[in-house]
Ligand binder design. Structure first.
Ligand code: BGP
Length: 471
């Protein structure tokens, strides 16, 4: 076999609570900021979709665990819904929420599937959001308490924990592009939130280690590589700044215990520095992560030619509609004229994943790395025989696995791969239009249909690798 993976390599897929669970008002669950956003701004989401039903996983979890098992999964990355555990964010713990996840973790373990659990995948309890969200120190205290509740309730079942999913992406879209809740365009708030998320992370890592319940804790980052758009020195400088604010602000404190100087200088020049207390800064240096989770979809190319501030994500699924991200006077992300693109204008570029793995390895040689998300969204329909011929997804996953295999061969400590996603789900602004799953969800019946890629991945997992299709 050409691509054989190390024994014990995790073959998994990923989801997030809000995107699959549904049952948003059942068994005492509180509202999250996304539930309220979907209700108050339905025009921002394709077909005014809501997460109320999602994949109905809250009721079909046993069936879903069975599918993972039958299709060879050995790992599953999921998130816990904070509003299910502590419905108002700060008050009483909800026993029904704890019971739900205990049942789920027990079933996963019995099926030989290791859970990799993220504490926060953007579903901030609404009362906390209304009281200032991540700008407020009270939210940090509430998060650390919620983390403690989870560690104590599930610590015997879960050994792989992540604090936050993509703090960079949620800060950018919540406070810079104004595309996600709380829909702000406020650089000062963005920098404070970016700092506060990392502080909450550091406090949680310290708490986890102090509990000594075993297992590992990390963070999941969207480490988009940022390449200069040209050979010019100006574009190289733009890429350095974009990388510092977009990636390193979140990676450096988690892995090295400090914030990048380029970003501190930039924020200092613009009067945007967050409030940073000495004793908090010491927390970052005192303790760091046990692993890093890497989410990778596409790379960026930074140009210095940023004459205006514009943001826009492709939410149409029409290849001709570009994504826009430009901050006047700083950097602008541009398209790669030679790139291959998905229908949502996301470039397909597997070497970018290799560069990220190499980078994570360079930061902390030997640090365990998990590819916690990687996948391709598409508009799909069922064929007459009840499947989806998603050969493009097979190609996408295979090409990315090839670079992971190469990275492992070169000594990078990659422990597992979680394809986004286990099943088609609520794709934030795209509602249910953009399908990512190994399993197609029929929105009328909620029935799960394995796509061609699910069978392919099952065979890869069983053989712990694959042969080069070319020969
Ligand atoms: C990541 C998120 C996931 C997922 C994925 C695809 O940033 O962590 O939750 O949704 O992106 O994004 P989208 O559904 O917007 O296409």
């Amino acid at each position: 076999m050409d691509y054989h993976f190390p024994e014990g390599f995790i073959w998994g897929s990923a989801t997030a609570a809000l995107q699959i669970e549904g049952a948003t008002r059942e068994d005492g669950r509180g509202d999250s900021q996304w539930d309220v956003f979907c209700r108050t701004h339905p025009e921002r989401i394709w077909q005014q979709a809501t997460p109320d039903l999602a994949c109905d996983h809250y009721h079909r979890w046993a069936e879903d665990v069975g599918l993972m098992q039958r299709f060879g999964h050995t790992g599953y990355r999921l998130s816990i819904a904070w509003p299910r555990i502590i419905p108002d964010g700060t008050g009483a713990v909800n026993p029904a929420g704890i019971a739900f996840y205990r049942r789920l973790f027990a079933a996963l373990t019995a099926a030989g599937i290791e859970p990799n659990v993220t504490l926060y995948h953007w579903d901030l309890p609404q009362p906390l959001a209304a009281a200032g969200g991540w700008e407020s120190p009270a939210t940090l205290d509430a998060f650390v308490r919620y983390a403690r509740v989870c560690f104590e309730a599930f610590g015997d079942q879960v050994k792989l924990w992540a604090t936050f999913n993509e703090p960079s992406w949620s800060t950018l879209n919540g406070y810079v592009t104004a595309l996600h809740p709380p829909l702000k365009h406020d650089y000062k708030a963005a920098v404070q939130v970016a700092y506060n998320l990392m502080l909450a992370h550091a406090r949680t890592v310290k708490l986890f280690h102090s509990l000594g319940s075993g297992g590992r804790i990390g963070i999941v980052q969207n480490m988009c590589p940022v390449y200069p758009a040209s050979d010019s020195a100006r574009d190289a400088a733009a890429a350095t700044i974009a990388d510092a604010v977009y990636n390193r602000w979140f990676i450096d404190p988690a892995l090295l215990g400090r914030f990048p100087q380029e970003a501190l200088d930039l924020y200092g020049r613009h009067g945007l520095l967050p409030e940073m207390r000495r004793q908090d800064l010491d927390l970052f240096t005192a303790d760091t992560v046990d692993f890093i989770g890497v989410n990778y979809y596409f790379p960026h190319y930074a140009s210095a030619d940023a004459t205006e501030t514009v943001f826009g994500l492709n939410t149409s699924g029409n290849k001709d509609e570009d994504c826009h991200f430009s901050i006047k006077g700083q950097f602008k992300f541009v398209k790669n004229p030679k790139g291959r693109y998905t229908d949502w204008a996301w470039e397909i570029y597997p070497p970018g994943l290799y560069d990220l793995l190499a980078r994570a390895h360079q930061y902390r040689p030997g640090l365990p790395i998990y590819v916690t998300e990687n996948g391709i969204g598409a508009q799909e329909t069922l064929t007459a025989d009840g499947t989806v011929a998603d050969d493009y997804r097979i190609d996408f996953v295979r090409e990315h696995l090839e670079v992971i295999h190469r990275a492992i061969g070169e000594g990078m400590n990659v422990h597992g791969y979680y394809m986004w996603a286990l099943m088609d789900n609520f794709s934030w602004l795209n509602g249910y239009k953009k399908r990512y799953g190994f399993f197609f969800i029929d929105r009328d019946t909620m029935q799960r249909h394995p796509k061609k890629s699910a069978f392919w991945y099952r065979d890869v997992a069983r053989r712990n690798g694959f042969s080069n299709p070319a020969g």
